[in-house]
Design a protein. Structure first.
Lengths: 297, 275, 348
């Protein structure tokens, strides 16, 4: 045992932090979901078993939230993957010295602080005379309030599309140029080459991006929080993860319901664990053309 | 792609149209920060230094001075990055260069956590921080952020360490250096590109971080720039000029980095740095 | 397939400031197999890619028969090409790979099936068409690539170093097979290679390239026996021709202490060339010292030093000299090649 002292020393800080902020929270989320922890019972919560889950199932807004979540995930995913592909192809069909700056520009939404990014959307979608969109369309509205879903999806999409764009671009670049030459000699024009040679070779990257971002979207809510905070009104854009957050951490109706929020989060956590393990099996990360070094979304 | 189509300028036009919103957004921000009023994209008034009053007025609307928030953001970002670099490198070095029991499962765990949506743990972490007495402290958020970024950092640095040749480390050990010294003086300098890439990711990510400080910090004195700016969102009347100026101030380091290091950013975000 | 003649007229290709290929003029007769031979970077592949349509010439014209093609996209030229890496579509079976050009032409399913099978059988891979490229050997991949090129019965067949990725053992038999196939089909073909033995063995005529220019274009024997300049002389033939730089005087050729009588050579500075197999050990020759003896099996490669001039000779079985021995080496008077100071051939 003594000889492993050195590796343990090197691994200790990381292991400690990972246990403290990954493993313990996973367990804690599930445990908390079985209590009635809230503002009133903070000092001495009691065990309530599956009560929180029963309450969840009988929540009148459950259906709406599920629908919202499905809408958010599916539509944003479609935008992310679709736009990612479009961008990858467009920037690959022009000379690199022209395509590169565009790719860099699409990184900007991702690296800008979310608060600033959201503020820009707010400004552009404001009423006249300030809002650009109001000016262009000739109708003065707060477009975020008027079309919350469109805004949520687009705002998230502009950030998310860059993930797919980068992965697909890498994949396209990894195709040997002789394969393109062969297709041309065989009689394929640009569109046929894309359809018959490039796209089939992008099948795995597309699958990977879809899978990765689905999980990501299921659990993300930061931009929605900043843009609409789940509104306007009652739960127009409230998705599952945001509801969990609100229940546990916002003082909506004066009482924070920690246990209930934890129950909702627990569902996400379990899904997250199962799906992550699943990914590990299916996607041999090392085989991927260019493993992305970036985080969620 | 080789063999570009004859009509590629057409694609250029479409690409430009699609990318226009991003450009428009940045331009709008800058214009609104400078001028009194901006209608759409056209300034409708003189440049307004009042937009920048947060720089010299001390407290704006009862908020802590911007300099406090700036300091907190800087401390947060750099500490997270530093912790990240050190802790992830140490762990990655061990995984890459040392033998120990459960090495493969440990690596597997890192991979799983890398894909795991950490955001779903916020509620539990809130509780844990409260219990530890780290709630509403900058150090608490720093620890959380650094920890949540670890799987990515370890994965990244491991890739770099894997590519090092063994000879130099062996030579150093034979020369009498301790493993720590070998790590610090031989291995780390050789993975500088990786450190730079990870450092960049960590800084950018921490600088913009919103949800963690939002959830775990209440007191104004510990506000980061993200919280400072977001606090204006709740107002009934939005002073776009002021907010845009705050936003520009906040985003300035990122914008400058983007202008200067566009190529580099594109490179590392594509995973193109050799690792 | 009756062979389509090919004509390259003043073909030039520049990439920015760099000139890869300059002023190439040559004609290939229908059904002929021509080799483009030269070291790396000499322009042979660039020229091939211009014929394929992957590169557009900066200047010049290309004709397939009467049809001018240099402005056409590869898909409209009707060429078949085999790439060095074979470039088979990894996600398709060999059948689909070979069928690819026909599918693009919208041939009927029955027609495709028939043609693909026929071509595959011709190349000996008719029974493995359901496999993917990764599942077959290098030699089989090469045949599949060849089948794909030939299935559409192209006017011109282009081969870019098709044998270089094969194991040495298969290379010789593959060489003969390709040649036989090409002759039977009668398809006009161009083969790019850096291996001079390959070019000499397979081609009807060889075009030798160096630094972007055509050095010589002749049948293999002519290239071998009458190289037009010192580059071709030194490149064609293995072991290479001995090229000695010196001066032609009234008494003969001299370089320092090295001197041999040469009948009828024009006076002036220049090069003397002698092939290793034409040097013989003989009592009448010039004195030389044996430096190295390499056993090649059926003969010996002997490196000699004659008055400071390094010569390589091929000595037949039975005459093996000892290392460091002093011998005499004879250059038959009718055998040397003469080149002027610029390296150009003098005489027939």
């Amino acid at each position: 045992m003594r000889r492993y002292l050195i590796p343990f020393f090197f691994l200790a800080p990381a292991t400690l932090l990972i246990v403290l902020f990954f493993f313990v929270p996973v367990v804690a989320t599930i445990l908390l979901s079985f209590t009635d922890l809230s503002t009133t019972t903070f000092k001495n919560p009691s065990w309530v078993g599956l009560e929180n889950y029963r309450e969840l199932l009988s929540d009148p807004f459950l259906k709406k939230i599920l629908l919202n979540t499905a809408k958010y995930v599916i539509l944003t995913l479609a935008f992310n993957v679709g736009m990612g592909l479009v961008l990858a192809f467009l920037t690959s069909l022009v000379p690199d010295r022209i395509g590169d700056p565009y790719r860099a520009l699409w990184l900007l939404p991702r690296i800008l602080p979310p608060v600033v990014y959201v503020f820009i959307w707010q400004g552009l979608l404001a009423e006249a005379p300030m809002g650009l969109v109001s000016n262009l369309l000739g109708v003065s509205k707060n477009w975020i309030l008027a079309q919350p879903w469109a805004v949520v999806i687009l705002a998230n999409g502009f950030v998310g599309a860059s993930f797919g764009m980068l992965i697909f671009t890498s994949a396209i670049r990894s195709i040997s140029k002789e394969l393109f030459y062969a297709a041309a000699v065989d009689g394929a024009g640009t569109w046929e080459t894309i359809r018959r040679v490039v796209l089939p070779l992008l099948a795995w990257p597309i699958l990977f991006v879809t899978a990765y971002q689905t999980l990501s979207l299921l659990t993300s809510f930061e931009y929605i929080l900043l843009l609409t905070d789940g509104g306007p009104g009652f739960y127009t854009t409230e998705v599952w993860s945001l509801r969990a957050y609100h229940l546990a951490l916002s003082n909506y109706f004066g009482n924070v319901e920690f246990g209930l929020g934890a129950a909702m989060a627990a569902v996400l956590v379990v899904i997250g664990v199962v799906v992550s393990l699943f990914y590990l099996k299916i996607f041999n990360f090392k085989n991927l053309v260019s493993e992305p070094k970036i985080e969620v979304y | 792609m080789p063999l570009l189509p004859r009509n590629w300028p057409l694609f250029w036009v479409v690409l430009t149209l699609l990318t226009l919103p991003i450009l428009i957004g940045v331009i709008w921000l800058i214009l609104t920060a400078i001028f009194d009023q901006v209608h759409g994209l056209f300034p409708a008034g003189p440049p307004d230094p009042e937009n920048w009053r947060f720089l010299y007025e001390g407290s704006v609307g009862g908020r802590p001075p911007i300099w406090v928030a700036l300091k907190n953001s800087a401390v947060f970002a750099f500490t997270v990055a530093a912790l990240e670099l050190l802790i992830a490198s140490m762990a990655a070095y061990a995984i890459s260069r040392m033998k120990f029991p459960f090495r493969t499962p440990y690596l597997g765990m890192i991979l799983v956590l890398h894909a795991f949506p950490a955001v779903s743990l916020l509620i539990a972490i809130y509780y844990i921080l409260r219990v530890m007495g780290l709630f509403d402290t900058l150090i608490g958020v720093i620890l959380v952020k650094a920890s949540l970024e670890l799987p990515l950092g370890i994965w990244l640095m491991k890739g770099f360490f894997d590519h090092l040749s063994w000879d130099m480390e062996m030579a150093a050990l034979v020369d009498g250096a301790s493993r720590w010294l070998v790590f610090w003086k031989v291995a780390l300098p050789l993975v500088r590109p990786g450190l730079l890439a990870l450092g960049t990711f960590a800084l950018l990510s921490a600088w913009g971080e919103f949800i963690l400080p939002f959830t775990f910090i209440v007191s104004g004195k510990s506000w980061t720039l993200a919280l400072y700016m977001q606090s204006f969102f709740r107002e009934a009347f939005v002073d776009y000029g002021l907010l845009a100026a705050v936003g520009l101030f906040y985003a300035l380091p990122v914008l400058i980095l983007f202008l200067v290091g566009q190529r580099y950013l594109l490179n590392i975000y594509s995973g193109g740095v050799k690792g | 397939m009756t062979g389509t003649p090919l004509k390259l007229k003043n073909l030039t290709k520049r990439f920015g400031r760099v000139t890869a290929v300059e002023g190439i003029n040559l004609e290939v007769q229908g059904g002929e197999l021509v080799a483009f031979l030269g070291p790396s970077g000499c322009g042979k592949t660039t020229t091939l890619l211009m014929i394929a349509g992957i590169y557009r010439p900066t200047e010049g014209e290309i004709y397939f028969g009467d049809r001018r093609v240099d402005h056409l996209h590869p898909k409209d030229r009707d060429v078949g090409m085999v790439f060095q890496s074979y470039a088979l579509y990894p996600h398709l079976t060999l059948f689909e790979n070979i069928a690819f050009p026909l599918r693009l032409k919208r041939f009927s399913e029955a027609m495709i099936r028939e043609r693909v099978q026929k071509t595959a059988d011709l190349l000996g891979i008719g029974k493995i068409l359901d496999r993917k490229p990764a599942q077959v050997s290098g030699g089989q991949q090469q045949r599949a690539a060849l089948a794909r090129a030939l299935v559409k019965e192209p006017q011109v067949l282009l081969l870019d170093e098709p044998l270089s990725n094969l194991d040495t053992q298969i290379r010789l038999s593959a060489r003969a097979e390709i040649r036989r196939l090409q002759q039977n089909l009668g398809v006009t073909s161009i083969l790019v290679t850096h291996d001079q033995a390959e070019a000499l063995a397979m081609a009807d005529r060889v075009a030798v390239f160096s630094t972007g220019r055509l050095q010589q274009y002749d049948p293999p024997e002519v290239l071998y026996q009458s190289p037009k300049n010192t580059f071709v002389a030194g490149f064609v033939g293995s072991p290479p021709m001995n090229l000695i730089e010196g001066e032609f005087t009234a008494d003969g050729f001299k370089r320092g202490a090295f001197q041999i009588p040469i009948p009828g050579a024009p006076i002036g500075k220049g090069w003397l060339g002698v092939r290793p197999e034409h040097l013989t050990l003989s009592a009448e020759g010039i004195p030389a010292k044996v430096m190295v003896v390499e056993t090649l099996g059926r003969e010996f490669l002997v490196v000699l030093d004659a008055h400071g001039v390094r010569l390589q000779a091929l000595i037949p079985e039975g005459q093996k000299p000892a290392v460091n021995a002093e011998v005499r080496i004879k250059i038959p008077p009718e055998r040397p090649h003469y080149f002027d100071a610029q390296g150009l051939r003098i005489g027939p």
